[in-house]
Design a protein around this ligand. Sequence first.
Ligand code: NAP
Length: 309
Amino acid sequence: MEIALVGIGKIAIDQHVPAISASPDWELTATVSRHGSVEGVQAYTDFDAMLEERQDIRVVSLCMPPVPRFDYAARAIRAGRHVMLEKPPGATLSECHALVDLARAFRVSLFATWHSREAEQVAAAKAWLADKRLERLSVTWKEDVRRWHPGQEWIWQPGGLGVFDPGINALSIVTEILPDPIHLTSAVLEVPQNRQAPIAASLDFHHPAGASVTAVFDWRQEGDQTWTIEAATDAGRMVLTEGGARLAIDGVEQSAPETEGLTGEYPSLYAKMARYVTAGESDVDLSPMRHVADAFTLGRRETVDPFVE
Ligand code: NAP
C-alpha cells in the first residue's frame, strides 16, 4: 500500500522512514513537510495539494507535534484517507474523540499509535502480571531533555506536554500491562519559571485493589537514563527496564521473545496499521492521555528554576 508521511522531523527520519522501507506492506510515495523531505520520494509542502493530486495514496501517517495534528488528521479523514497518528494522538482528549467520530463517519481506519507498547518485553510483562495480585507498581522515567529534544520549542508550549511527552510512553505501557484500571489521585508538576510545561512530575494513582501505584518523571537527568517500571506482587517481582526492552522476574533476566517477521517498535506499528486497513478496523486507546489530562487538571504546580537549553 502506498503511504504518505507528514511532518518530516526527528521521529519521521529516525523511525518512520526506516520502518516503512523495511516493511513488505508499505511503499513511501509522498512526504508533506515545510522543510523536510526524504530522498527519492515526491515531496509536497502543501497537504491539501498532496491529498488532491495523489488519490492513489490511501493512508497518511502524521508525525508532527500534537497541537497541529488534529487539523491534518481531520482533513485526511474527510478526504477519505486512513490515518496513523504519532503519540500523543492529539493535544486534547476532545479532539481525539472528534477524530474517532469522524473516522467512523467516513469509514476509514484511525490508529492512535503508542510505540512503547511495542517494546520487546511489554507483552511478556503483561502476561506475567495477568494472574498476580499487585501490591506496588512504580514508574521511574528520567532522561535528559537536552539530549532527546534539542531545539524543540513545541514541547515547552501549551499542548506540548513537557516531561509528559516521554512520560506518556510510560503510561502507555502501564495501561497496557496492568489488568486493572487505575486513575490519578494526585500529582505535583514542576514547571520552570520561564516555561509553560513541566520539567518534572510525580503522580499517585488509585488502584481498585489498594495497590500503591506511583510514577516519577524527570527531564533533568544527566548521565545514565532511566526508563523503568517495577512491580511487586503476591507472587514475585518484575522489573521492566530500558523502556520495555528488558524484563527481569525475581531478578532473572528474561530472554527475548521469539517473533516472526520484523521486530522493533515502529515496524510493529506499521504491521498493525496494515492489518487495520485491510480489516477496516480502528485502534484508538486514549487511556494514557486521560491520565496526563488528569495530571494537568489535578496537579499542584511548583515553580522551579528556569530552563535554558
Ligand atoms: P519535531 O522534529 O520537532 O517535529 C516534526 C516535524 O513536524 C517538524 O520537522 C515539522 O516539519 C513538523 N511541524 C512542526 N510544527 C508544525 C506545525 N505547527 N504545523 C505543521 N507541521 C509542523 O518533532 P519529533 O521529535 O519528530 O516529534 C513529533 C511527534 O513524534 C511528537 O508527538 C512526539 O511526541 C513523537 N515522538 C517523538 C520521538 C522522538 O524521539 N523525538 C519519539 C517518539 C515519538 P516541517 O517544519 O518540515 O513542516
